[in-house]
Design a binder for this molecule. Sequence first.
Ligand code: HEC
Ligand code: HEC
Length: 137
Amino acid sequence: MKTSKKLKVLAGLSAFVFVGIAAVKQPNTDQFKNLQVLPKNITADSLDKIMDRFTANLGVDCKYCHVRDKKADTLIFDKDDKAEKEIARNMMRMTTDINEKYFHFNEEVKASEVQAVTCFTCHRGQPMPVKGQGAKK
Ligand code: HEC
Ligand code: HEC
């Protein structure tokens, strides 16, 4: 993914709390090991905000997507052992695509001021979005 696209990913995911893009552009020692969607030089602060939003928007905790090391009793955040993490990556890409294609979302605009789709738009605090009336059977 190109850098500009990654910045858009970040902007899109930060729709409610505006994360200064300038902070992301600054050279930084890449402290995270396995970022495939977010910018590799993202600050710890921006990454924390995004992860906190995932938990709130889906009504889950960190271990829903991140695998636990049973011996050390800690989460290994860079590992990809849980399917939910890869699904979340695809959801991040999809959310960005929707915002780009239909909301003309870009890094020049303040995220808090544009109408944009976030994880919450569909998930409403649930890991599995509730199906609408039409889908009831
Ligand atoms: C809905 C799934 C989901 C939840 C919940 C979640 N994460 Fe993540 N997390 C991800 C995904 C996906 C990535 C990788 C993003 C990428 O590839 O750019 C990631 C990456 C990370 C990384 C970077 C690891 C590395 O070195 O590559 C850290 C640290 C992290 N998450 C911490 C947390 C914390 C702390 C919580 C709980 C507050 C949390 N996450 C909750 C999906 C989630
Ligand atoms: C346009 C609506 C929409 C948006 C936006 C959306 N999701 Fe989803 N998500 C869904 C639907 C629908 C499913 C259930 C898919 C299925 O039934 O297989 C789902 C499933 C998931 C799952 C798997 C749940 C499970 O238990 O299998 C994860 C994890 C997830 N989404 C994370 C996210 C994250 C993180 C975001 C924001 C970056 C996000 N989603 C944004 C509609 C959405």
